[in-house]
Write a protein that binds this ligand. Structure first.
Ligand SMILES: *Cc1c(COP(=O)(O)O)cnc(C)c1O
Length: 349
């Protein structure tokens, strides 16, 4: 019994198909912990969705994804001379590198003649990418350098619909570079923004890179649960835990699955209490006043407090008197960040 992600498979697959249908050229992004699902699972799912290309974050992620997805593999982290990209010719043919500095292109093509690549243009994110001036300067050299240009990549901030002005400026820069590819790989555009850009730049082919809105876009299909491993009655003043704390009030101590190894961390105590509120809370035996933090675990309809910082694979929670006490083996709902959680089990129905 463990920290588990259960997926309503029918509902999840319906959502994935709906996103794929309204997003022509969709490039599913699979990186990190596979958005909680695992890279291997998303790789197969992307194939099932009919994607021609997926994006991975790192070269190191290719071995897990490549055997499970038959198409092209865009690597989002820009190529650098110190990266170890795959030498295996069958795999190398499927890899599309991201080049974000002009000097990296000749270096890449010297090491991997014929390599496929996208040129990343800097956006207001300022994470990676060359300037428009650098792109224009590089454009006339592309034929001589060789390789295969697969388009321009733009990584946009999470502006929730506020991108049009920036993207229009960037696309104008792309068109002005007069490149031998009309493909633009973009992230974080809304459906409405993509439709407008498709109409305004009809000769460009947009390839939307999407992770969160695809895999995690229908939260109602997902449920995270932890298992109650132990329940101990507590009297006010009883000691517990690694740190010899004492119970601030009567209740129960719950030991539940999920700890630091799963990415369960301490959150700051919620609702920063003013002095007066704190005094009132202390008078009531409030747990926030006792310096405790809220856990991501829900018991009897409420988010409960950590009794002490989470352990490696389990957490201790305080359940005040009066709350319904779960039994060993019961499952508790947990609210976690999917991209930062390592689940013990993922069950797709
Ligand atoms: C992670 C990432 C994406 C996908 O982002 P989501 O917010 O998960 O959709 C797209 N492009 C790049 C370059 C990324 O690093």
């Amino acid at each position: 019994m463990s920290l588990e992600l259960s997926v309503d498979g029918e509902r999840w697959r319906t959502h994935l198909r709906a996103v794929a249908e309204r997003t022509p050229g969709l490039v599913p992004v699979l990186k990190g912990n596979g958005y909680g699902f695992g890279l291997h699972r998303l790789a197969r799912r992307a194939g099932w969705l009919g994607a021609s290309t997926v994006a991975v974050g790192l070269y190191e992620e290719l071995p897990e994804v490549a055997p499970r997805f038959p198409g092209d593999l865009l690597v989002l982290t820009p190529w650098r001379p110190f990266h170890e990209d795959p030498a295996d010719p069958a795999l190398a043919k499927r890899v599309v590198h991201t080049v974000s500095r002009p000097e990296d292109l000749p270096a890449l093509l010297e090491r991997r003649p014929g390599a496929r690549f996208v040129l990343e243009l800097a956006t207001s994110m300022r994470r990676h990418g060359m300037t428009a001036a650098e792109l224009w300067a590089l454009a006339p050299d592309l034929r001589r350098l060789g390789g295969r240009l697969e388009g321009v990549a733009l990584h946009l901030p999470l502006a929730h619909g506020g991108h049009l002005a920036e993207v229009e400026r960037l696309l104008t820069d792309v068109v002005a570079a007069d490149l031998p590819s009309r493909t633009v790989w973009v992230s974080h555009l809304t459906d409405a923004e993509r439709d407008r850009l498709r109409a305004a730049y009809a000769d460009l082919e947009l390839r939307p890179r999407t992770g969160t809105d695809l895999w995690l876009g229908d939260r109602g299909a997902l449920r995270v649960t932890s298992t109650v491993l132990d329940v101990h009655p507590l009297r006010r003043g009883d000691p517990y835990g690694y740190r010899g704390r004492t119970a601030p009030r009567d209740g129960h101590l719950l030991v539940v699955s999920g700890g630091t190894a799963h990415g369960i961390g301490l959150e700051a105590p919620q609702g920063q209490l003013g002095l007066k509120d704190r005094a009132r809370s202390v008078a009531k035996g409030g747990l926030d006043a006792a310096g405790l933090s809220r856990s991501p675990f829900w018991v009897d309809g409420k988010q409960r407090w950590f009794a002490e910082p989470p352990h490696m694979q389990a957490s201790m929670l305080l359940l005040p008197q009066g709350a319904g006490v779960p039994e060993v083996g019961d499952r508790l709902d947990a609210r976690v960040r999917y991209t930062a959680t390592a689940f013990d089990r993922v069950v797709v129905s």
